[in-house]
Unconditional design. Structure first.
Lengths: 203, 203
């Protein structure tokens, strides 16, 4: 594509570096900004730069935060006896959206993946161990591993289990089974097989 | 969605103002930027602001341009006897990509649409008339109307025809018919009907 302007070409190139955005979509977005007020582009640019330069990671759970301590770690309404271990911030958001969990979090910042060269030392695992070793007033009873049901997630969960089993806390994982609302006949065989093995008895 | 940080929330809100980008996609893009170098966000923001504040419209054809005169209007290799009238810059890019046209352009900046309150005076029609009245050395022979084959496009084409017919130039429109590579049985009946009426005889 030959652009009528170097400025537009530069902007399109920058926008198309974002994941899932190709040149055509980038051009559509850039031309959209040209039709709108200059202030809209200005505030978009400012909010991105401010976000990138000022967002911190919570020193306790490594979740993204505006302050040293994130709003969940700073809250007095959360159950401090539970720690839910997740891969990244999006998982925290997803679990928070269920409104079913009122405990604390620990964000690993990734998942063990030999293929991508991510080992245990690249993740926030030591600080999780530290939280259990020195609970700082929190009487931690349970660590819930909420990792993706993939090979990498299972590897990470296995590693964490071994690492944490010396502490007197319960270690659990989120249930795996057929998704609610899904049709049994369309469930894949691995999931369906697992859901039979981990069947829940009516009490 | 409850964001862990006001800065992220602001950035997500700004990004999701772009067309076709919802909150979830915006969050994905913002978290992507957080994982990359700060320079990437900086150069994205700078290129958008530079583009928005510095891009001009060519004073002759109203195409987007870095300079007063766009590269097409400034070029000596183009055929100055042809003016192709289009709705916006994207149409110029689309026609340029065909590599079939070597004339000049005139960008209307929109299309007559009573529903959206766009009348002839909102478009660059007077300056097109001026180009015909005072061709500034260009011996204009033909004006090609390359407008969308929609109600609005046809209305605009009809208006332009009436407006331009006093000038001694040929006025034409791009051919309408079955798209090349398309299957006849899937062509819609209006297009197929028109393609029979405007049939082309083998010479």
């Amino acid at each position: 594509m030959e652009f009528p302007s170097k400025l537009i070409e530069d902007a399109v190139n920058e926008v198309s570096k974002l994941p899932g955005i190709g040149k055509k979509t980038a051009l559509r977005l850039v031309l959209h900004l040209l039709k709108r007020d200059e202030e809209q582009t200005q505030s978009l640019a400012e909010s991105l730069v401010a976000m990138r330069s000022k967002v911190k990671h919570c020193r306790k759970c490594h979740n993204l935060s505006d302050n040293d301590l994130c709003s969940i770690c700073a809250s007095h309404k959360r159950d401090r006896s539970l720690i839910c271990v997740v891969e990244d911030t999006r998982d925290v958001l997803a679990i928070e959206n269920t409104a079913q969990y009122k405990g604390m979090y620990h964000v690993l910042g990734g998942i063990i993946s030999p293929v991508e060269g991510v080992g245990p030392s690249d993740l926030h695992i030591e600080s999780l161990v530290d939280r259990l070793r020195d609970p700082d007033g929190d009487a931690i009873k349970e660590v819930i591993l909420a990792l993706s049901p993939t090979m990498e997630g299972d590897t990470t969960a296995f590693y964490l289990q071994k690492k944490l089993k010396t502490f007197p806390v319960k270690i659990s994982t989120i249930a795996r089974g057929v998704p609610i609302g899904g049709d049994l006949e369309y469930a894949d065989e691995v999931t369906l097989g697992r859901s039979i093995l981990s069947r829940i008895s009516y009490e």
